[in-house]
Design a protein. Structure first.
Lengths: 356, 359, 540
């Protein structure tokens, strides 16, 4: 448990270098080819990371970070980014996290607006496109995820006639009646991005988008409470298909390529996975070192390998078989608008399809 | 009774529970070393009074003194009293020995001393050898003795007992009644005893307070309570009695002349004030008569009558004798010694056994 | 009142208990309840979005409670009255569901009974849509009937066998005796059992969350308001509605519980066996229990199978890799945290609740009704808001010197106070007041009397408090989800994470390890406490 740790942190802040040396662990050499914390004082100690990344990704990613920088990680993994956002909000009196990593930027942006994030312009972020980062550095995007469609191969052949949807409109075909599962637009980030995608697809005509969602409703067997859970359901054949994250679909497909398959319908949306520093961090240098590090090529490569996600860095090659932002047709996704109108749109959808 | 000898003093104590006045301005004093009993029908406030002495209830009004010291503000465990409960309240998770030793342990009485006193007390109440039993392995009478031993062993100033015998069968009750009396005499400890059983009260006590509806109706020696009850309620409550309506016809120094039915008698004048012509009741205990076959000449008030019923009670024969239009209860002691009577008889009554109740 | 003035130690103890309850129950909850402010409540109530979830909650609670109670009643009747075989086995199986985090079980149900469930599809070729009202109803029925069974069995076994003996002597058959004597006598207990089950169902979050689909009930509505919209205000308003409902049920239950008590320990002891039922009834009982236990075993069996196979249900090749994963690295720390937090909290909560119960039940001071209410209040507070309240109240920099583990332990202690407290009050009601009075009359102070006499005699209540707190602490997710930090992660958090992470094998292995650990801990406790595990009134 932590009292000793806290005392260490305190002493460290007070500049007790001897203690730092005792607990900081062996500093590793900075990997070549990337810019690591180039500012004068060196990051040490331990940082606390709230992570919405997958379990398997967390372990290896953080181990690599520690190896690269010598900064230790205490990870708090929760696959639900919304929970982490809430936790950080609720902890604002006395933040327990140094870093919030993973989850679409929609979950980071409100925290920044509430003044709960520490702005940081990482030197490694300068090549990152503006659409992938918050201008003042409150959060920085470091990976991308593309919304796709998972189909259960045997059910697709048996019930749908083997035809995968080429466009989202294809899902309105009555052949899909009660054979789709959609990640819940209220409970999951993916579900919301799906709705926002439709809005952008109809040139921000909310009425048309809602009309689409309303027509889609009879085809939906259920709205799944978590995005990964929906993938399990499809893999088990509970329904024929589901809109979901391409990278997670690929991961599932890797386990048994004959069971499920991935397609990316035209005009799809995507997420920007973000990293941010929580205001009030007790180890600012360590936190900045983490932001710097996830933006390196090494980290990008590792994350791509572990999770099949894309990287915001152009020099990181996509995972085999993974769609990229250039290989698919994207809608003109206005992330800021989607973030700012999230609650309104979600509620609009609720009333449209008559839930509650 | 002088204040010095009063060991327990209850003065003007009142206790209410919600709307019910359980104890209503009660006062009495219990002399040191005496066996005092609160007697009364169920619900009359005996237990409440006893529990106020113990400290389980706070009086709403009035004071309680023990050994000359006001104890209203002392908690239960500082009052120097110990209580024996109606249901014994033995600690079921302790052996008999541990039950008895409990008070000593609380008082920090050391090991060997404690063992000795516990053994002595157990032997004293006739439970030597049962120390290692659990309460549920004992009969009712044995449990009762443990309860008494447990209270006695701490040598309280005053022992409070709330109907300790009421859960036992008649024979055991009588046996323990005797033991209880002997015990109290031997220890010279002040006992305050609560019971609804008049026989128990009469046979045990030095002093009895009869309560009714939250008030003390009369207090005094058993004999006084029994033969000179102040009210009809008391007369009736303390035992079988003939209560006969009568009228005072004449009053003299120390005596009163009363008439009832066709009869007239000169009897002892009671303490209560009387006036000539007043309606009163005569209180005559069944054993105050002499009963003899018809025609036998007897002294005192003579009442000829006819036996209508009888009941054999063991130590006495009880007759219901019709005199004029009224039935009298008459007890004949030692029925084995004389023949059973029947038919017309002659009753005689000593005038000093007739008690006048003015109400 | 005067008794307090006469015994300062007692007064101090009372003040301390009151202060702790105010600090750890009232203060944190006020943080939550006051969040919306009057304007917030008015606006939210006018908004009207709460009507649907409220209606759903009431409907679901009525349905699930009815079915769970009927099944629980059958199981309980069989356990208490029949002479059927395998009773110890059925008893053990009946305890299993109490030891597991509900959301994992809900996930298992979907794998068994869902559209492609091993049973529904694999055996019967059906593809039921379990998402929505019907699904949640089914799952809650199966998930909560064991709770109902425990509570009802407890209520039934409290009836006095002597009355039944007497009725049998008068020539009544066993069923008739049950109907005309036992049922009326245990009606308050049964009523309380039903209401308690209803509260659990009302506050159930995991099952509606996982398979409710778009059927929102109050707890899922509140959670999604926070988690999806970040709307603390509306969520707090929803939770206040939930809290009022639960509190209403709880007060009704307490009234039933407290109204009458037919059994008392007076310091005079006797015991008597229950008259037997006919062999035919026993056989019927056996069949019913066998079927119900079968359902429970199916669910838990699937967890074990899943934990030991590569990819349940598609690839059933045996593997130990999931367990290796669970025990590797820092994964095991969460198990250890769960054990330590739950054990310490259970011990503290049980003793504290008993002491508080004694102060309230035996006391005569004014204001004890208020303290009584405060002590049962946490039972009506959904875990997620209890945790949130703690975070808002105690996540302060100046409190950093306190280990976060202690905060979780304290939250466990006070969240679970009502169970131990209720058990203590029920226990005390059965012990004649004269028994503790006897101790004080023998010279012990009130507190000494409590220690020497009441505490040992209330071993049963103490065990109930300990076991229930332990079990609830081991299985709760909602309470810790806002309180845990990396070093104080608990097993349920890890399982939740693994379920969310699609790592079904590891999730089930973790669950099996967690349940196994809880069982071992309880067995050790049972040996130490030299008694059967008193899960009976556990969820009271
Ligand atoms: N704790 C109590 N609360 C309310 N009423 C009580 C309580 N104790 C006694 N009473 C009432 O006070 C009256 C006297 O009771 P009690 O002293 O127990 O009588 P007794 O011992 O003479 O049978 C009764 O009417 C009884 O109902
Ligand atoms: Mg009484």
């Amino acid at each position: 448990m932590t009292p000793e740790l806290d005392r260490r942190k305190f002493l460290k802040l007070a500049g007790a270098t001897a203690v730092i040396a005792a607990c900081g662990g062996a500093p590793a050499a900075a990997p070549s080819g990337s810019v690591t914390a180039s500012t004068a004082p060196k990051a040490t100690g331990r940082i606390s990371i709230y992570s919405a990344l997958n379990e398997s990704t967390n372990n290896q990613l953080f181990a690599a970070f520690t190896k690269a920088t010598g900064v230790e990680v205490a990870a708090l993994p929760l696959a639900a980014a919304g929970d982490l956002q809430t936790k950080i909000t609720a902890e604002k009196n006395n933040p327990q996290a140094d870093i919030f990593v993973g989850g679409s930027s929609e979950f980071h942006d409100p925290l920044g607006k509430q003044g709960l994030l520490e702005a940081y312009q990482s030197p490694n972020a300068k090549d990152v496109q503006a659409q992938f980062k918050e201008a003042s550095g409150l959060w920085t995007g470091w990976y991308t995820g593309i919304f796709g469609f998972i189909s259960n191969t045997s059910r697709l052949n048996a019930d749908i006639g083997g035809k995968k949807p080429a466009t989202w409109d294809d899902l309105l075909d009555p052949v899909w009646k009660q054979r789709l599962i959609l990640p819940d637009p209220i409970k999951t980030g993916g579900g919301y991005i799906f709705i926002a995608t439709q809005i952008f697809r109809f040139g921000r005509d909310e009425t048309k988008a809602m009309d689409f969602m309303k027509k889609l409703h009879p085809n939906i067997l259920s709205y799944g409470p978590t995005s990964p859970g929906v993938i399990t359901s499809i893999s088990n054949g509970e329904a024929a298909g589901a809109p979901n994250w391409s990278h997670d679909i690929l991961t599932e497909k890797a386990k048994d390529p004959t069971r499920v398959d991935l397609t990316v319908p035209k005009d799809t949306g995507f997420e920007v996975g973000a990293v941010s520093i929580v205001k009030g961090t007790k180890n600012l240098l360590g936190a900045q070192a983490f932001v710097d590090w996830v933006l390196t090529k090494d980290a990008g490569d590792l994350n791509t390998k572990l999770s099949n996600r894309g990287s915001v860095r152009t020099d990181v090659a996509p995972a085999p078989g993974a769609p990229t932002l250039t290989s698919v047709t994207l809608v003109n996704y206005d992330r800021q608008w989607a973030t700012d109108n999230k609650t309104r749109i979600q509620k609009l959808w609720q009333t449209t399809v008559g839930i509650q | 009774m002088s204040p010095e000898t009063a060991h327990v003093r209850v003065s003007h104590v009142t206790k209410r529970f919600g709307g019910v006045t359980a104890v209503d301005d009660v006062s009495f004093e219990v002399p040191k070393g005496s066996f005092a009993t609160l007697l009364g029908p169920s619900g009359c406030g005996k237990t409440t009074t006893l529990r106020m002495i113990a400290g389980f209830y706070d009086p709403d009004l009035g004071d309680i003194e023990i050994g000359g010291r006001r104890v209203n503000n002392l908690p239960v465990h500082r009052r120097g009293t110990a209580m024996v409960f109606q249901d014994y309240a033995l600690f079921p998770h302790m052996t008999v020995r541990d039950n008895v030793a409990y008070g000593l342990r609380v008082a920090h009485v050391s090991g060997p001393d404690r063992t000795r006193r516990v053994d002595e007390t157990l032997a004293f109440v006739g439970l030597g050898g049962l120390g290692d039993r659990w309460p549920n392995q004992l009969s009712g009478g044995q449990q009762q003795r443990v309860a008494v031993a447990r209270a006695l062993v701490i040598q309280p100033q005053v022992l409070l007992l709330d109907e300790p015998l009421s859960n036992l069968d008649a024979k055991l009750r009588e046996q323990l009644r005797v033991e209880m009396r002997i015990l109290q005499r031997r220890l010279g400890m002040t006992f305050v005893y609560v019971t609804h059983d008049q026989e128990e009260a009469l046979s045990l006590s030095d002093w009895i307070a009869v309560m009714n509806a939250g008030k003390v109706e009369q207090a005094g020696a058993p004999w006084e309570i029994y033969y000179h009850p102040r009210t009809a309620f008391l007369a009736d409550f303390v035992g079988a009695v003939n209560l006969v309506p009568a009228q005072v016809t004449n009053l003299a120094d120390g005596t009163a002349t009363v008439s009832f039915g066709r009869h007239r008698a000169e009897v002892r004048r009671p303490e209560a004030s009387l006036r000539a012509g007043q309606d009163v009741r005569l209180c005559v205990r069944p054993e105050s008569f002499t009963i003899a076959p018809e025609g036998t000449v007897a002294s005192g008030i003579s009442l000829p009558g006819t036996i209508v019923r009888r009941a054999f009670l063991g130590d006495t024969m009880r007759y219901w004798v019709k005199v004029d239009d009224r039935e009298w209860i008459v007890d004949q002691p030692d029925p084995g010694g004389s023949a059973t009577l029947d038919g017309p008889v002659s009753l005689s009554l000593r005038p000093d056994r007739v008690h006048v109740i003015a109400e | 009142m005067r008794s307090l003035r006469r015994e300062p130690a007692l007064l101090l103890a009372l003040l301390a208990v009151t202060a702790l309850v105010l600090l750890f129950v009232v203060y944190p909850q006020l943080q939550v309840v006051l969040t919306p402010g009057p304007g917030g409540y008015v606006q939210y109530l006018q908004d009207g979005t709460w009507v649907g979830p409220l209606r759903n909650s009431i409907q679901l609670t009525l349905l699930s409670t009815t079915t769970a109670v009927v099944l629980g009643f059958i199981y309980a009747y069989a356990m208490v009255y029949s002479n059927m075989r395998w009773k110890p086995f059925f008893r053990l199986v009946g305890i299993l569901p109490l030891l597991s985090p509900p959301f994992v079980v809900a996930a298992a149900y979907t794998l068994l009974f869902g559209a492609r469930g091993v049973i529904s599809y694999g055996v019967f070729g059906q593809s039921p849509n379990i998402y929505g009202l019907n699904g949640v109803w089914g799952v809650q029925t199966i998930a909560f009937f064991p709770f109902a069974y425990q509570l009802i069995a407890d209520a039934l076994s409290r009836s006095d066998p002597r009355m039944e003996q007497a009725a049998r002597n008068l020539g009544a058959g066993s069923w008739r005796v049950f109907r005309t004597v036992t049922l009326p006598l245990s009606r308050p207990g049964l009523g309380a059992a039903i209401l308690t089950t209803a509260i659990y169902i009302l506050e159930d979050f995991g099952n509606p969350q996982l398979i409710g689909g778009s059927f929102y009930v109050l707890p899922t509505e509140a959670y999604s308001l926070i988690s999806s919209f970040g709307e603390f205000t509306s969520a707090a308003a929803v939770s206040t509605i939930l809290l009022l409902l639960a509190l209403g049920l709880y007060l009704a239950k307490v009234r039933l519980d407290g109204g009458r008590s037919f059994v008392t320990i007076s310091g005079r002891a006797s015991s008597m066996p229950r008259p037997p039922v006919s062999a035919a009834v026993s056989r019927a009982c056996f069949v019913a229990c066998f079927a119900l236990a079968g359902i429970i075993l199916l669910v838990y069996g699937s967890l074990v199978v899943s934990a030991l196979t590569l990819r349940f249900p598609n690839n059933l090749q045996f593997t130990t890799e999931h367990f290796q994963y669970v025990l590797s690295g820092t994964n095991g720390d969460a198990l250890r945290n769960t054990l330590v937090f739950s054990g310490v909290a259970a011990a503290i909560s049980a003793v504290f609740a008993l002491f508080a119960g004694w102060l309230v039940q035996r006391g005569t001071w004014p204001g004890r009704r208020v303290l009584d209410l405060l002590l049962i209040l946490p039972a009506a507070i959904p875990g997620i808001f209890f945790g949130l309240g703690y975070l808002l109240a105690f996540n302060q920099r100046w409190l950093d010197f306190v280990d976060r583990g202690w905060l979780i332990i304290i939250a466990f202690v006070f969240w679970n106070i009502p169970v131990g407290y209720q058990a203590a009050v029920a226990g005390l009601r059965q012990i004649d007041r004269s028994i503790d009075e006897a101790a004080t009359s023998l010279g012990a102070s009130s507190i000494r009397g409590f220690r020497d006499v009441v505490l040992p005699m209330l071993g049963g209540s103490l065990r109930v408090g300990f076991v229930t707190t332990f079990v609830r602490a081991v299985t709760t997710l909602s309470l810790v989800i806002f309180l845990f930090t990396p070093p104080t992660t608990t097993a349920t958090i890890r399982i939740y994470q693994l379920v969310g992470d699609l790592n079904w094998g590891a999730a089930t292995a973790y669950t099996v390890a967690d349940i196994g650990m809880a069982i071992i801990a309880l067995l050790v406790f049972a040996v130490l406490a030299r008694g059967r595990i008193a899960l009976g009134a556990a969820r009271a």
